[in-house]
Design a protein around this ligand. Structure first.
Ligand code: HEC
Ligand code: HEC
Length: 270
């Protein structure tokens, strides 16, 4: 009898010990994943900063930093005006222009300077995302301006070609609620009302307030923008359904999602 108790308690201690060892290994794995993420985001920021100070993005010998230095503003004779620093600028993007009825994202805005001011080719992919990350980091701590107008509860045909801010947000919300691929899932299926939902028994992330983290590093190895996140979400749920960055659907969704984070402080590169 005594022997059995001894063996049983021996087995018990072995199980207990292996449980604790595996917990420690798990915690270490989590920690090193966190450290990798930290290193990657810092590398993205560093590369973005080097782009900002580089004269190689264009052909006229200028760098972004030449005009947009980290101060109140610099007088640029070539532009015949005082150009503002980019501090706080990211808080006002994506922007709806009521005159042209167009949405412009931060990435598109800075590419306008690349093309028209630096006389270079527009950036794309990681190069664009890294520069966007760096420029956004200059707005850390600033509250996302977003938009106040409430999307109208009824989606009308006129909203398909938005002329007003309310129509633009209504179209964004419409895309949010519409099934976007073969499986019939919409953004709202997984993030109901902008909050967290359930997917395969696990909670999804909320959308409200989370625009402040973009561009962000993702564990599959890239710095991504909000529109990349949409593609990731839909790609996972919809077996290959994807939209082009800058497509109409993604831009209106982008505007809508950032407005859901109105008033939250930007926090990138952390
Ligand atoms: C020759 C000067 C010059 C250079 C170089 C330049 N810009 Fe600009 N940029 C401007 C001017 C002028 C504006 C219009 C806003 C203003 O007057 O401050 C502007 C506007 C912007 C805006 C929008 C600001 C807002 O509030 O809407 C962003 C973002 C921006 N630039 C990013 C960049 C980036 C990134 C680079 C490098 C790729 C760059 N710029 C290079 C002159 C320049
Ligand atoms: C099949 C379910 C599913 C669908 C459909 C879906 N998402 Fe997601 N979404 C997730 C999950 C799970 C996460 C958390 C993991 C991740 O980031 O991939 C997430 C993360 C996010 C995040 C990031 C939150 C954060 O802090 O990291 C945003 C923003 C988001 N989704 C927006 C959207 C939008 C907009 C749509 C519609 C285009 C959409 N999602 C469609 C499941 C989904």
């Amino acid at each position: 009898m005594k022997r059995y108790i001894l063996i049983a308690s021996g087995i018990f201690f072995v199980i207990l010990a292996s449980y604790f060892i595996s917990r420690v290994a798990y915690a270490k794995g989590k920690l090193s994943k966190k450290m990798i993420a930290k290193e990657k985001i810092l590398a993205g920021l560093k590369f973005g900063k080097s782009e900002f100070y580089s004269t190689n993005l264009g052909t006229d010998g200028f760098s972004c930093a030449k005009c947009h230095v980290d101060s109140i503003g610099t007088y640029i004779p070539a532009a015949k005006k005082v150009v503002r620093s980019l501090k706080g600028v990211a808080a006002a993007f994506p922007r709806f222009n009521p005159k042209t009825h167009q949405i412009i994202t931060l990435g598109e805005r800075l590419n306008m300077c690349v093309v028209h001011v630096l006389k270079g080719k527009p950036l794309s992919g990681q190069k664009l995302n890294d520069l966007t990350l760096y420029v956004t980091s200059l707005s850390n701590g600033y509250k996302i301006k977003g938009y106040n107008a409430e999307p109208s509860p009824v989606f009308k045909n006129a909203d398909r070609h938005p002329k007003t801010l309310q129509q633009a947000l209504t179209l964004g919300k419409h895309y949010y609620d519409t099934p976007l691929g073969a499986s019939g899932k919409s953004c709202d299926s997984c993030h109901p009302g902008g909050g967290a939902g359930i997917l395969g028994g696990k909670p999804t992330k909320p959308v409200i307030g989370h625009a402040v983290f973009y561009p962000k590093y993702k564990k599959w190895g890239k710095i991504i923008t909000m529109q990349d996140q949409f593609n990731h979400c839909i790609y996972t749920g919809e077996e290959g359904f994807k939209k082009k960055i800058g497509s109409k659907t993604w831009k209106y969704l982008d505007l809508y999602i950032y407005s859901l984070s109105k008033g939250y402080k930007i926090k990138v590169g952390k």
